[in-house]
Write a protein that binds this ligand. Sequence first.
Ligand code: LLP
Length: 388
Amino acid sequence: MEHLHHVYRDEELLCEGVPVRRIAEKVGTPVFIYSRDVIQKHFQKLVDAFRQVETLVCYSVKALGNLAICQVLRDLGAGFDVVSGGELFRALQAGGRAKKIVFAGVGKSARVNPDVDPKTHTYITTGKRETKFGLDLETAERLAAAIPGLTGVRMIGVHVHIGSQITEVTPHLEALKKALAFADRARGLGNPVEWINLGGGFGIHYREVEAPPVSDYADVLQPLIAPSGYRLIIEPGRFIVGNAGLLVSRVLYVKQSGDRRFVICDAGMNDLIRPALYGAWHEVWPVSTPYAKGSPASDLASTPADVVGPVCESADFLARDRMLPPIRDGELLAVFSAGAYGMSMASNYNGRPRPAEVLVSGSLFEVIRTRETWDDLIRGERKVARWD
Ligand code: LLP
């Protein structure tokens, strides 16, 4: 059974050729597990789709910044999109070349806000006029007029990023049209504009509902860019790593409270904050199970459950009111599509060490970040000398 880019065989979830159970038993839980193959395939889908114009794919480090992941992408020829000195450091440490790195600090005033509604969650909408990001078009145009008269500054590209998890083509198209028109005006004002950077935002599958294949975007966008002669940059994060990652957690215990079934896990909102922060939906399913998701047998055996973590917040849930098969104390659960904005947004809240990260390739797996220890929790802290 193929499930969100991972496969069940003999009632066991595999990440590529490795049983997820084996990794959890060796490395402990919670653990993020990433498939190198899924990352490579998604990167290749982008390269294949955007063949008609010269395109540089700059992987968005914020989605998942682990050095080994950046290294895999660097080896595939990716550049990097970074938003801070810290992310730049990561990209360089992973072997990234400065000339293939784009830096768009969020607090800076050098990204055009094209005022396009990406039709996604408000918290991940960035390219509308009322969001804090970028320069409105009028201000950008005033700058474009001033820049040729300045020394030490050249305007070589136009950057827009309208939002994340976008599952329609039209908002990207609208943004591109505005970016191209602006780039032409800026060129007319004497700027050597060469690049159009469309940002990231290509949506992925969190459930069976399909995001359009990335070629759908490419097929609509490229014919507009090709005649203009601009080179293209895209900054995908989620599209490359989202489906590649699993968060694997052990069930601490199952509690029946009135008519509600609570499955309490050792992973919580500090490990994966997306459900709590955005109400995001992630597939959750047992790692070892006779029930194929969506099968008649599973439908018969399933009852609603809330899958929750051990953090003292009511928002500490991974899945709510989900139809799940019988689950026992001590079992392993997999949270799917957790590669993007999982570990990169994890925190130590409630004194919880952050999870280990594992990269799988074929029948091999390697720990690419060790689980934090309690000593890590207080690293850099100092008790004060007595003041009284
Ligand atoms: N480029 C820029 C300038 C960005 O701000 C972002 C994401 C990206 C590229 C990558 O976007 P992607 O291809 O991953 O959609 N934490 C949220 C997502 C925040 C995205 C912020 N910017 C979440 O978990 O859904």
